[in-house]
Design a protein around this ligand. Structure first.
Ligand SMILES: Cc1cc2nc3c(=O)[nH]c(=O)nc-3n(C[C@H](O)[C@H](O)[C@H](O)COP(=O)(O)OP(=O)(O)OC[C@H]3O[C@@H](n4cnc5c(N)ncnc54)[C@H](O)[C@@H]3O)c2cc1C
Length: 452
């Protein structure tokens, strides 16, 4: 089986690794780095910066834990080196993993030149061609830039210019209050910026449970973030001293820098898909079936390009499933990916994580559910750590007790939600959680308690 992967992000990396383990002859074509945008621009640098911000804000609260007041300062140069170091280590471990499995990594831009032919270009010129029995398109996405915003990388930025910028913005105006926007609000306000968040709807995180969004809004307000609710940005004016973001309701929000976080666009242009007959939808995504096959069965798409849940975690599992399907393993113990059961997290303070059915979602469709909720403030470990904000909420089926979903707001939510994700995936019941013998004192005890 000759398997060619275009794009070595989480989807392509995992697909290549699994397929090689299963015996395929694998080529990965990557124009930047193995690990993809996730390593270079998205998950990793953002979380590395947030880790520094978290340390700063924790140090500012040191007195609460009996430590004399600390006044930490961020050293931007060291921060930039650290962010780069984390990225490089991950790129290097992904690259060595593939090389040790005999995967050939080819540097350059890949594009289709017919249904079974993949061409690699460097500086626009074809340099090598591969015949493939199966192809995975996993070229990811890049930040969406509206026509009214001119990104100059100096005062007007996308997330890609923010790791870190040359100076900590004095007053950052963040446009967009989805997951990426709120993470950057948190990151820069922890690092010392004044921040204004432009929220086009009536709450931050419009797609999330209102109670969860309210907890985050309360934190933002408490730390002095200015929320411009119900305002849609329509233009950014630049001056030498800063920016002025004009909104559709007449408001003008001034700041030193603007950060545009209004989603992403798939990287499907220039892939030569017209030579293959692969369908692309009006948004530029490549639609796939439950095996991640496009309309041309031996050509697959996974990760952000497939237009499903844009998460690195989902991309990697899609890649794994693609490799199994390519190698004919789907007929045995293959389970289909259930996107509704994907856990996701928002790395703010408090951290937010959820999985499965949300209370508001069940309410909207009139589904009967049981909701149980426990505050962090009643958990011993949360009090010991000086982190009593937040709650654990579990949604279950009142008739069977099966765990359908849950939300966690509070420290280490992104870790804790894995327990709920396992419960949701394995159809565990609340009693299975309630009777598990967790460690004491541990945050996980809040899960057992909420399951009672
Ligand atoms: C700021 C930010 C933070 C995020 N944080 C998280 C997080 O914490 N957790 C999480 O799960 N998700 C997070 N995401 C989402 C996550 O980054 C994406 O869902 C994930 O990277 C998608 O993986 P992918 O494999 O589709 O593609 P990508 O990671 O985008 O990788 C695609 C690769 O394809 C390469 N490529 C593109 N075109 C070609 C071509 N023609 N030839 C060769 N190579 C090509 C690119 O160079 C790139 O390396 C975040 C996103 C953003 C914007």
């Amino acid at each position: 089986m000759r398997f060619v992967v275009i794009g070595g992000g989480p989807a392509g990396l995992r697909a290549a690794s699994t397929a090689a383990r299963l015996g395929a002859e694998v080529v990965v074509i990557e124009r930047d780095v193995i690990g993809g945008a996730a390593n270079l621009w998205d998950c990793i640098p953002s979380k590395a910066m947030i880790a520094t911000g978290a340390l700063v804000s924790r140090a500012r609260r040191a007195e609460l834990l009996g430590v004399c007041p600390l006044n930490p300062e961020v050293d931007l140069k060291s921060l930039a080196i650290r962010v780069r170091d984390v990225e490089e280590r991950l790129v290097s471990s992904g690259t060595s993993q593939l090389e040790s499995q005999g995967v050939r990594i080819v540097r350059g831009s890949g594009r289709m030149n017919g249904p079974h032919c993949v061409e690699v270009c460097s500086s626009g010129e074809p340099v090598e061609t591969f015949e493939a029995d199966a192809v995975l398109l996993s070229t990811g996405s890049s930040p969406r830039i509206p026509e009214w915003a001119e990104i100059d990388g100096d005062r007007v930025l996308t997330t890609r210019q923010a790791y870190p910028p040359p100076t900590i913005p004095e007053h950052l105006v963040v446009i967009g209050s989805g997951v990426t926007g709120v993470e950057f609000v948190h990151m820069f306000s922890s690092l010392g910026s004044r921040v204004t968040l432009i929220v086009s709807r009536q709450q931050v995180l419009p797609a999330k449970d209102p109670e969860v969004a309210a907890a985050l809004e309360a934190d933002f307000l408490a730390r002095g973030v200015n929320l411009a609710i119900g305002a849609r940005a329509t233009a950014i004016d630049r001056s030498t001293l800063g920016v002025a973001v004009r909104c559709d309701d007449g408001r003008v929000i001034e700041g030193s820098h603007a950060l545009v976080c209004i989603g992403s666009v798939p990287c499907s242009e220039g892939l030569g898909l017209e030579t293959t007959g692969v369908n692309v939808n009006s948004g530029g995504y490549v639609p796939v079936n439950r095996h991640c096959q496009t309309n041309i069965p031996h050509i697959y798409a996974a990760g952000d390009l497939s237009g499903r849940l844009p998460l690195a975690s989902v991309a990697a599992v899609q890649g794994h499933k693609v490799a199994e399907h390519v190698m004919g393993l789907h007929t045995h113990s293959h389970r289909h990916l259930d996107y509704d059961k994907a856990a996701s997290a928002i790395f703010t303070e408090p951290e937010i994580a959820d999985v499965g059915l949300a209370e508001a979602e069940a309410f909207a469709v009139g589904r009967k559910i049981r909701v149980t909720k426990v505050p962090y403030a009643s958990n011993a470990r949360a009090l010991i750590d000086g982190e009593p904000r937040g709650f654990v909420k579990i949604v279950s089926d009142p008739a069977t007790g099966v765990v359908l979903g849950g939300s966690i707001v509070g420290s280490h939510a992104a870790e804790l939600v894995s327990v709920l994700a396992l419960a949701v995936t394995a159809n565990l019941r609340v009693i299975d959680l309630a009777e598990s013998l967790f460690v004491h004192p541990a945050l996980a005890e809040a899960l057992a308690e909420a399951a009672e």
